[in-house]
Design a protein around this ligand. Structure first.
Ligand code: GLN
Length: 533
């Protein structure tokens, strides 16, 4: 078997330069060239996973099919590559320390002093290599979160240094991403931050092999030469990453910059010829010049931070392209919606999505949005809490169940139409204890959900503790809100829809986690279609 190649992606100068997108773009090019590639994210924070983080802190929490709560970059990896990631694709300092401390308690270290080097770095290396060895990949790309020079990323950088040494120069590669700022006063692009950032890496024993320079303006050959000279890299290893209008253009930009060619040469991979990116190009063309345009509103409570609903935003791009349509997605804060203004605020939208969420802040605004959609025949997609809000609304306003609610918001409601799942009762720990990951669902034929999926057996990803209370199912179905998707093993309601409405579907799961460029999610595709027609 051929040796597995390891590529490490580090970042310097500032955070948010798009390491995840660069990693995913390189992976896409390599994948299209026929290599089996996966991407892993190492996050230097102490939370065991981002599941307990407020979205304001860290953006969306992305959920893998095998039920890991992970960093949102894993969403990019899946959207670009269309292959599932897993528990092993996201490692945090918390996870590393947890396993080292567990081993220490078991006595595995046989009386040794447990230290950052070698024990923590060994555990980091084990996690990096695990992904390669287990799943038969040709290339493993490991993105190191944070910025070089941060105290908390030091053990990761040290682990990379050791791996470079152990695995050899043709089996490892470090790609360092930095920023080349433009000073408008003097009209100059500045390379000094890049030089300093590479120096920090050098101080830690790592000579980067490739530099990707994020910039707002064309760099030109002179800047590239200067960076190559000061940072000891080949000229063709100085790659420009100029701002583009959509992240999906980045693979094409990296193709133009020949990042894939340089990587293949340096890693001595067998060259399978240039990648066929025609599908991707077609997708970009549609995204940039769509025939239709439709205004849809997302009602949620984390709308100030666009990253909080990352996967939903991206699903609209994929689903939009499938309909040759640009989805002009607006956000409305659910706390800003009330009885007085909701009609005025929502009246111009062709579709309404009520977002997932936790707790009762802004809940009545979400319920009003569901009401408006139901009463006015506006296409509606409720995701997780969004479904639960639609159910509460229907119970109160159609079934006449006064003060119906979810027991998450009101433990004393006389009509607990949404209730804690049986197996959640008694759980007190917050981390990783929700109903997480893929569960099967059977879609009923003859429903709108079936029209969208065109199959009866589906698997969708979950992240919740509450569910529809089956005690009330008959009442709902009699009044025209039917369960169109059921978990065959547990009988939990997974999809509900209104029979006498243009398109009104709520789902207990998260379709947004599994929408990709190549496979846009059927519910988003169909929802957008309903808003156009
Ligand atoms: N808070 C709800 C629950 O736990 C919905 C969760 C969500 O929207 N992801 O069931």
């Amino acid at each position: 078997m051929a040796t597995i190649k390891y590529i490490f992606v580090t970042g310097g100068v500032t955070s948010s330069l798009g390491k995840g997108i660069i990693s995913a773009s390189l992976a896409k090019l390599l994948q299209t060239r026929g290599y089996k590639v996966t991407i892993q994210k190492l996050d230097p924070y102490i939370n065991v996973d981002p599941g307990t983080l407020n979205p304001y802190e860290h953006g969306e929490c992305y959920v893998t099919l095998d039920g890991a709560e992970t960093d949102l970059d894993l969403g990019h990896y899946e959207r670009f590559l269309s292959i599932p990631t897993s528990q092993a694709n996201n490692v945090t300092t918390g996870k590393i320390y947890q396993s080292v401390i567990n081993k220490e308690r078991r006595g595995d270290y046989l009386g040794k002093t447990v230290q950052v080097i070698p024990h923590i770095t060994d555990e980091i290396k084990r996690r990096i290599k695990l992904l390669g060895s287990k799943q038969k990949f040709d290339v493993v790309i490991t993105e190191i979160g944070g910025t070089v020079g941060d105290i908390e990323s030091l053990p990761y950088i040290e682990a990379v240094r050791q791996l470079k040494w152990e695995l050899g120069v043709t089996n490892t590669l470090v790609i360092h991403l930095t920023l080349v700022p433009y000073l408008s006063a003097s009209g100059e692009l500045k390379t000094k931050p890049t030089q300093h950032s590479v120096k920090v890496l050098l101080e830690n024993g790592i000579q980067p092999n490739i530099l990707v320079l994020r910039t707002e303006h064309e760099l030109g050959i002179d800047i590239k030469k200067k960076v190559a000279l000061f940072c000891n890299v080949d000229l063709d290893s100085v790659i420009q990453s100029i701002d583009v209008s959509t992240i999906y253009e980045v693979p094409l930009m990296m193709l133009k910059e020949k990042l894939d060619v340089t990587v293949i040469r340096k890693l001595e991979l067998q060259d399978n010829g240039p990648p066929d990116m025609s599908y991707w190009k077609k997708f970009i063309k549609t995204v940039k010049n769509p025939k239709h345009k439709v205004k849809i509103v997302l009602v949620g409570k984390y709308v100030e931070l666009p990253d909080a609903y990352k996967s939903i935003n991206e699903s609209f791009i994929h689903g939009g392209a499938a309909n040759d349509c640009y989805v002009d997605l607006h956000n409305v804060h659910s706390e800003d919606l009330n009885e007085e203004n909701y009609v005025e605020v929502l009246k111009d939208y062709k579709g309404i999505l009520v977002a997932p969420g936790f707790g009762d802040r802004g809940i009545e605004g979400k319920i009003l949005a569901a009401k408006y959609a139901r009463e006015n025949n506006i296409p509606f997609l409720g995701v997780c809490l969004g479904l639960q809000c639609a159910i509460v609304e229907f119970a109160r306003n159609v079934l006449g169940f006064q003060n119906a609610h979810s027991t998450e918001m009101s433990t004393k409601t006389p009509y607990p139409v949404i209730d804690l799942m049986e197996d959640q009762k008694g759980i007190t720990e917050k981390g990783g204890t929700m109903r997480l990951g893929g569960y099967p669902c059977v879609v009923k034929k003859g429903t709108k959900a079936f029209d969208a999926y065109q199959v009866t057996k589906i698997v969708e990803r979950h992240r919740h503790r509450y569910e529809f209370n089956n005690m009330f199912l008959k009442d709902f179905e009699k009044a025209g809100m039917i369960a169109s998707g059921i978990n065959p093993d547990t009988n939990l309601v997974e999809i509900m829809e209104l029979t006498s409405h243009k398109w009104f579907i709520g789902v207990q799961f998260h379709p947004e986690y599994s929408s990709t460029v190549i496979k846009p999610h059927p519910l988003f595709v169909d929802f957008i279609k309903a808003t156009i027609s």
